[in-house]
Design a protein around this ligand. Structure first.
Ligand SMILES: *[C@@H]1O[C@H](CO)[C@@H](O)[C@H](O)[C@H]1NC(C)=O
Length: 252
């Protein structure tokens, strides 16, 4: 068994790096729907997209402090959910395999304390639930008003592509397994800095769409599992004295 120190270093850093937070949602991809027929202006929403072939985004999310319902003048029967519980960001998940299990993971730095809630919504549900539709429409209109010249869905659109629309290559109806993903971000800190309490800085996040292998393990974690097995083997090797020389080197 041959091991070099250059291999040990990344292993050790893997074991000690825990400064990122993770939140996720696990779901089964739904049956395909005719996308344009159900949501006539889907492409005009300007949402960032995730698909199995474009499964990673590094982006900034707006967050806000949740406000409480203690105000006696507010009517508790009215749905204020969007305004009262942080800030919503919407994504569009597409090209999913119907019946396949996926997870979407959100990773962010522990130095930006935030409570994230991830939920996926079928297009039918999104459009027929007023609270969801309101939130999506609000987000989309904010996006479109602030981002007209530069499409956000950069990973899917080559630089040379038209920047004025997200029109699919085929303008007729397409049948696809799609979901909306809502990410609700609530600031989760207290600071003496008045400015930080007044306006919450955007949170830098990585968003990852990951299919489960055999519907059991997220694909990208299988490699990590491989590392864990290797580390366990290394420890066993040290104990058994296989690695006599390297073992001694490690202990001093
Ligand atoms: C995010 O927050 C900034 C600053 O408040 C605002 O200008 C922008 O429109 C927001 N973006 C979205 C998509 O809500």
């Amino acid at each position: 068994m041959h091991l070099s120190p250059s291999l040990l270093l990344p292993l050790l850093s893997l074991l000690t790096t825990t400064s990122a937070n993770v939140e996720k949602t696990i779901f089964l991809a739904p049956s395909p729907v005719l996308v344009p027929a159900l949501t006539p202006n889907l492409d005009d929403l300007g949402l960032q997209r995730l698909s199995p072939s474009s499964s990673y985004l590094r982006t900034q999310l707006n967050a806000s402090f949740p406000t409480t319902h203690d105000d006696p003048t507010s009517d508790p029967t009215t749905d204020h959910s969007n305004r009262d519980t942080g800030t919503d960001t919407w994504y569009f998940l597409e090209n999913l395999t119907p019946g396949q299990r996926y997870e979407v993971r959100l990773c962010w730095l522990a130095t930006q304390p935030t409570k994230f809630t991830l939920t996926t919504h079928h297009p039918h549900t999104t459009i027929s639930t007023p609270a969801l539709l309101t939130s999506l429409t609000l987000y989309s209109s904010l996006l479109l008003s602030t981002q007209p010249p530069k499409p956000l869905a950069a990973p899917l659109i080559p630089d040379s592509a038209s920047s004025s629309s997200f029109a699919p290559h085929d303008p007729t109806l397409t049948s696809d397994s799609v979901l909306f993903l809502r990410v609700r971000a609530e600031a989760d800190y207290y600071s003496l800095d008045q400015e930080l309490m007044r306006s919450v800085p955007p949170v830098v996040v990585d968003v990852v769409l990951d299919p489960y292998l055999g519907n059991v393990f997220p694909r990208s974690l299988v490699r990590t599992a491989g590392w864990v097995v290797l580390v366990a083997g290394l420890a066993a090797g040290l104990r058994a004295g296989w690695l006599g020389r390297w073992g001694g080197w490690l202990l001093y």
